[in-house]
Ligand binder design. Structure first.
Ligand code: ADP
Length: 614
């Protein structure tokens, strides 16, 4: 949104543009939506005209002294007309949802795709996440501008057409009467709307209150928290919080309801004034003999209808304005530029058998919300085929370094080079194809073991089993109820299994091996493994990273002896660098940290074997 001179946010897309956008989407995704809207407009206008003319026409016929037979035919014609119009309207109404849901769903799919594929820094950017949530309002099931806009457009067009017809009709009784009725109806609408819009103006507060109580419900039902809730007896506390937040939400609703009551009272008072004046005028005309009984009844009904169309037009414009704001927010989100180059970047094909070199040249990185650089002026050249280990305390910046190497973040200063070329020029999706990675946080996708390893439904079984073997998890997969076809996770599948943290970590390693990228990145790949599995992984490290350049983050300093070079990251930079043995010889920070770990393992009888191994 742009800012206006008064500092208010101005939507980038206006009402007309958003209506055109939705109409073009319906034309593309579900043309039936447009046909049904057009049909409903015709039915609404036809029904209102039939209702308006039925009594005056019958009165007129009686006045003209037509025969009972003719009168019956006239009544039957009106009745048939109304039955046809209402039946067709009911049929159309029953079919409105199908196409509309499809258009709304396509908007949601488009936003979800953008969200899935957007540049990684967005995912860590609170401002992006806020815009994402706001954009979702346009197609959420609670506040679905993406669907309700069709009702608004249908109703607005019907009201405008009916308004024009009634205006023409009433102006025959005198322009003053139409002007007065329209002016009082508009005044009633604006005064009422000013009061009713309180809830809209306070929608952020409403959303916040609703989210707080929803959050408590979510947390109390979350399987992740289920153990904590029971062991720490968090139930009463959660209940207390739920009571507190629902009470706050209820207080908000009561405040809004009080305002609605005032709006309704004002409506009634203005309707009384409007109809009183208009009917008085008509009665005066009738008494002067300027109106026949049929004309009197026609204009009398038209006055009520006319005010209804005027109020309807303003109500619809108000609703359309709000829906347009939501649609504009969504469109602005969809049109926002990406910080990385994707399809507009240079293509980068993986060269089979080629060993890649990566270099960080004078790289600094500062997180958007941070006051200081996490990494400052780091220069590092990883040779083709080199096995690099990165160690350091928690929070030293190891994962940040990996994110920079993998192209998940771009440096705030400096360059990342692949074989000497700045990676920013490439299609970033192509660049990611080079990496086989296991990160600290992982979650299986809702699918089978095989699909998770092969990253999709197209599974090369032989290769998958080879990778499962190399990752040391093949035997465990064989014992699962349906072997590699067992579903992971119980949230979606009744027959799904929950793997242990260690099993899952090995599965993620198998996935990385299956991808067979020429650059292997392992961020604490043994954090969830038992000491024996961990030790086996160290021994196999060279075999796992064969034909690849690799970067390995570890807390266990001894594991670095399997690497060609070790970096110790501290205070935002590379504090020490060398092989495991040369760093021990140096007797600096690395040697000190290694000494502490060694003492710890030597002190534990259970882990003695591992310490000896180290
Ligand atoms: P390590 O992997 O060595 O434990 P990280 O690279 O994860 O360290 O984090 C380095 C520092 O950057 C830490 O102080 C951490 O709090 C901070 N940090 C990590 N991610 C973010 C983020 N998304 N926003 C702000 N600060 C972050």
């Amino acid at each position: 949104m742009e800012k206006t001179k008064t500092g208010k946010q101005k939507p980038a897309y206006g009402m007309a543009s958003n209506c055109a956008f939705m109409i073009s989407r319906a034309w593309r995704d579900a043309k039936s939506v447009l046909l049904i809207c057009a049909g409903l407009i015709v039915c609404t206008v036809a029904a209102s005209l039939l209702e308006l003319f039925v009594t005056p026409m019958i009165l007129d016929a009686v006045g003209r002294g037509v025969s009972p037979g003719e009168l019956t035919v006239l009544i039957a014609q009106f009745a048939l007309g109304l039955v046809c119009v209402y039946s067709f309207q009911a049929y159309l109404n029953a079919n409105t949802l199908f196409g509309r849901v499809c258009v709304r769903r396509m908007l949601a799919v488009e936003q979800n795709l953008l969200e899935c594929c957007t540049a990684y820094p967005h995912i860590e950017d609170p401002d992006y996440l806020k815009r994402l949530a706001e954009a979702g309002r346009a197609h959420s099931t609670n506040n679905d501008a993406g669907e309700a806009v069709w009702n608004t457009l249908t109703s607005l067009t019907s009201n405008l057409v009916s308004f024009a017809v009634y205006l023409l009709l009433l102006s025959q009784a005198g322009p003053a009467i139409s002007l007065l009725t329209a002016a009082l109806a508009a005044a009633g609408y604006f005064a009422g709307e000013r009061i009713r819009s309180w809830r809209y103006r306070h929608r952020e507060e409403e959303g916040r209150l609703r989210r707080m109580s929803d959050r408590i419900v979510y947390q109390s039902q979350s399987p992740k928290l289920a153990k904590d809730v029971r062991i720490f007896g968090l139930g009463p506390w959660l209940l207390q919080l739920y009571d507190k937040y629902t009470q706050m939400f209820e207080d908000f609703c009561v405040k809004a309801q009080r305002r609605y009551l005032w709006a309704d009272l004002l409506d009634v008072a203005l309707a009384l004034l409007r109809n009183g004046a208009a009917y008085g005028w008509l009665i005066a005309l009738a008494l002067r003999g300027e109106l026949s009984p049929a004309q009197f009844v026609l204009y009398f009904s038209a006055v009520g209808g006319f005010a209804q169309w005027v109020t309807g037009i303003f109500t619809d414009l108000g609703a359309l304005h709000r829906q347009s704001l939501d649609l504009s927010t969504l469109r602005e989100f969809m049109a926002a530029p990406e910080p990385f180059r994707f399809e507009d970047g240079a293509p980068l094909a993986v060269k089979p058998g080629h060993l890649y070199a990566i270099e960080l040249r004078d790289v600094s990185y500062r997180y958007p919300s941070a006051k200081a650089d996490t990494l400052s002026h780091v220069s590092l050249a990883i040779r083709p085929g080199e096995k690099l280990a990165v160690v350091g305390k928690n929070g030293a910046g190891k994962t940040t370094l990996i994110k920079l190497l993998c192209g998940l973040l771009d440096p705030t200063e400096g360059l990342v080079l692949l074989d000497g070329e700045d990676i920013r020029q490439y299609n970033r999706r192509d660049y990611y194809k080079l990496f086989s990675a296991v990160f600290q946080q992982f979650a299986p996708l809702p699918g089978t073991v095989a699909e998770n390893v092969a990253q999709g439904g197209d599974v090369d079984r032989e290769r998958m089993w080879d990778c499962l073997e190399r990752a040391g998890v093949a035997d465990q997969v064989r014992t699962l109820p349906q072997g590699e076809n067992t579903h992971l996770g119980r949230q979606l599948y009744l027959d799904g299994v929950e793997l242990s943290g260690g099993q899952m970590q090995k599965l993620m390693l198998a996935r990385a091996l299956y991808k067979n990228g020429p650059i292997v990145v392992l961020d604490e790949p043994t954090a969830a493994l038992d000491p024996i599995a961990e030790s086996k992984l160290y021994q196999k490290y060279h075999e796992l990273t064969r034909d690849a350049t690799s970067v390995y983050i570890s807390h266990r300093l001894a594991s670095t002896r399997f690497c060609d070079r070790v970096l110790l990251i501290e205070n935002g930079g590379i504090a020490e660098e060398g092989t495991h043995d040369s760093l021990l010889e140096l007797g600096g920070r690395y040697a000190y940290l290694f000494g502490i770990q060694r003492k710890y393992y030597a002190g534990s009888a259970d882990l003695k074997g591992v310490a000896d191994h180290e």
